[in-house]
Design a protein around this ligand. Sequence first.
Ligand code: 5GP
Length: 193
Amino acid sequence: MTESVQHKIIILTAPSGAGKTSVKSRLLNTLKKELSFSVSATTRKMRGNEKEGVDYHFINEEAFKELVATNSFVEWEMVYQGLYYGTTIAEINRIWGEGKVPVLDIDVKGALNVKKKYGNDVLSIFIEPPSIEVLKERLIKRGTDSEENILMRINKAGEEISYKSMFDRVVLNDDIERATSEVVALVQQFIAN
Ligand code: 5GP
């Protein structure tokens, strides 16, 4: 694998409930040899089906602040009130060290910060939900968030959609199969060059 491939970054960003997680797992499955998921650190509580070190590194606020103080993050955000999420430099280096391209599933602001830092070495893809209504339905169906939480995510989604023009590519998730194929094609093209 060439030097330039090793130092690329792929970002998937979207409002919560836009189907980003499904697109992400399908992408990672399709391009297993080339890509690796960048596991973020977060202070939010683990959901039932999640695993430590696979979905996130679940840490407390004190440990998170220590990572901030030691400049250990590529980027970090308080994505929701009181809940911190961040991409560590160590995680990105670990993946580059394996000769793979990290895939970051991060919020809109974090994505813009990484893009600013790494420029053309980054492919940032915004997954657009068909509508706020569909988004709401998906979050309710997922059944992992409280009513208050869903409302918070919906409010944030409106704001996030307004940033979509700032990303390299926008993929409409009206159909999961179609959206995934589009993302896979974009990623293949990006890592081949
Ligand atoms: P969730 O709590 O549903 O897993 O994630 C909430 C949001 O946080 C999602 O939009 C997800 O992409 C974002 N997120 C996850 N990890 C990171 C990270 O390391 N940095 C930033 N900025 N956002 C993240």
